[in-house]
Design a binder for this molecule. Structure first.
Ligand code: ZN
Ligand code: ZN
Length: 503
């Protein structure tokens, strides 16, 4: 869930809401005095027409809901909404047709997410204080700046306290967040060491993990996925903009406000007040601006992730591919496997598992021998057919996607690649190259090097096809950390509908 879907009670029955387009930059660019993009679009459009059709839609819907058992049975309906639909549809009548599978809802559902910001401490509890700097005051300053930035981006914000006189219990903070219908909760704090002065510095972000999970590579758990991702984004944004020491993610069951809030939540400790340099920095306007800019930007990424297609070549192998599949399953991520025919016949159960678990299976080659495959166009087509048959016989999948060994243009196929591409395209196959890579086939890199190569090669692109190899041990070793370093991306499997990345 990336904040784009949710469930709401509507007219007494549960429906699934799917935002075709969440609020977007249009509302940021044009200040209409309203935070409701749907309303804004509709004002621009023919308002009279809209009112007429909304009345009709409401009437139809009311009638439909009265007879819902007869009409709908117990089926769940999908509601499609979004300003694009609205602006495109008004004043066309079809948009408002109510059927069993498409119920139209009002523009209210496009209201921006509410983000609850919780400045820690307040009242008699001023937090950790060093020199003339009081934690509660710094927390509130940062919370206000963050709130302003988020509002400028079109979000709605709620602060749990607006001044330093207000004292709140932890329970009250959670109650405020819940009452506000918050979609995210961020608590702001400062750190300090026992000693009056200390060299310890940096930023750390906490989230509430599962009690039974321990720290380490396996502490991921699907039930705290959203909070973890939020914490990663907040931490990354804060560190990248300030250049502060990165103390990383922390998880704890002990922090009441992040544990008890029902929405994804985290708590950031933005500095050590026990370090003079950091205390001076965090008290300055400029540093607070950088800090909150980084956090706000990455909160926006939370709602609007970029897309990454994880692709694994050369498998399946018995142990490594199984381990890769375990991780992907645990993290609810679907990827793409460009398989080698011979390996599919060698490990049919793994090939079937790839398909059963919802990943895309594509063709790489039958025998991974460049000299043989690229000897001629015919040789290539023959090898491809062998791999295709293996995949079909073992998994039942009629593969549509493929990846050239070595990429579509390489040192072995220079003379014939155009012909091969033409022949394959005529047969209806789609090939994918890549635009980022772990470089895990090239050298025997350490997991750390693979992670660095992956990170550096994405270049912040909006759409990344990441090349990896599921037969490489170190790739599997670093896969959890690989996924962790891209909280600003949503991982998807390739399909024939995705516009290919080609060299
Ligand atoms: Zn604190
Ligand atoms: Zn390969």
């Amino acid at each position: 869930m990336y904040g784009q879907a949710g469930r709401k009670q509507m007219y007494g029955r549960e429906v699934k809401l799917v935002r075709v387009s969440t609020f977007d930059s249009r509302m940021r660019e044009r200040d209409t005095g309203s935070r409701n993009p749907g309303a804004y679009i509709l004002r621009r459009q023919c308002l009279v027409f809209f009112l007429v059709f909304m009345t009709m839609a409401a009437l139809s819907l009311a009638v439909a809901c009265i007879f819902k058992e007869d009409i709908f049975g117990s089926r769940e309906s999908v509601v499609v909404m979004g300003e694009e639909s609205l602006s495109a549809a008004a004043p066309q009548a079809e948009f408002f047709t109510v059927s069993a599978n498409d119920i139209v809802v009002s523009e209210e559902e496009t209201a921006p997410p509410v983000i609850v910001i919780d400045p820690g401490h307040g009242g008699d509890d001023d937090g950790c204080c060093r020199g003339d700097v009081s934690e509660m005051t710094v927390n509130l300053q940062i919370a206000r700046r963050l709130s302003e930035k988020l509002k400028d981006m079109g979000y709605e914000t709620v602060l749990t306290r607006e001044d330093d006189d207000t004292a709140l219990t932890l329970e009250q903070r959670v109650e405020i967040a819940e009452a506000a219908g918050g979609e995210l909760f961020i608590s702001i704090h400062q750190n300090a060491c026992e000693e009056k002065e200390s060299s310890v510095t940096g930023i750390e972000t906490w989230f509430s993990g599962c009690p039974e999970k321990e720290e380490g590579d396996n502490w991921y758990c699907s039930c705290c996925d959203d909070s973890r991702r939020l914490a990663q984004l907040v931490q990354m944004g804060a560190v990248s903009q300030t250049g502060a020491n990165d103390r990383g993610l922390q998880q704890s069951q002990e922090l009441y406000v992040v544990r008890e809030t029902s929405m994804p939540s985290c708590l950031i400790e933005t500095s050590f007040l026990s370090n003079t340099a950091e205390r001076n920095a965090i008290s300055s306007e400029e540093y607070q601006e950088q800090l909150t800019e980084g956090i706000a930007r990455n909160i926006d990424s939370y709602f609007h992730p970029k897309t990454m297609y994880l692709t694994f070549d050369d498998g399946p192998s018995e142990e490594n591919t199984a381990a890769v599949l375990d991780i992907l399953q645990e993290r609810g991520i679907r990827a793409t496997f460009f398989v080698v025919g011979e390996n599919v016949r060698r490990h049919p159960e793994i090939a079937r598992r790839i398909v059963e678990e919802g990943h895309t299976i594509g063709i790489h080659c039958n025998r991974h021998e460049y000299d043989e495959i690229y000897a001629s166009v015919e040789a290539y087509l023959e090898d491809f057919q062998d791999a295709y048959d293996a995949v079909y016989e073992v998994t039942g999948v009629e593969a549509k996607l493929f990846r050239f060994p070595g990429g579509s243009i390489n040192a072995y196929n220079e003379d014939i690649y155009e012909e091969i591409i033409q022949a394959m395209t005529e047969r209806g196959y789609v090939y994918f190259d890549w635009n980022a890579s772990l470089e895990d086939a090239v050298n025997s890199s350490t997991p750390e090097q693979l992670l660095q190569d992956a990170r550096e090669s994405t270049l912040g692109r909006k759409k990344v096809v990441m090349l990896a190899h599921d037969i490489v041990y170190n790739t599997r070793v670093c896969l959890n950390r690989l996924i962790d370093q891209f909280p600003d991306y949503k991982m998807e499997p390739l399909t024939a509908d995705v516009t290919p990345i080609q060299f």
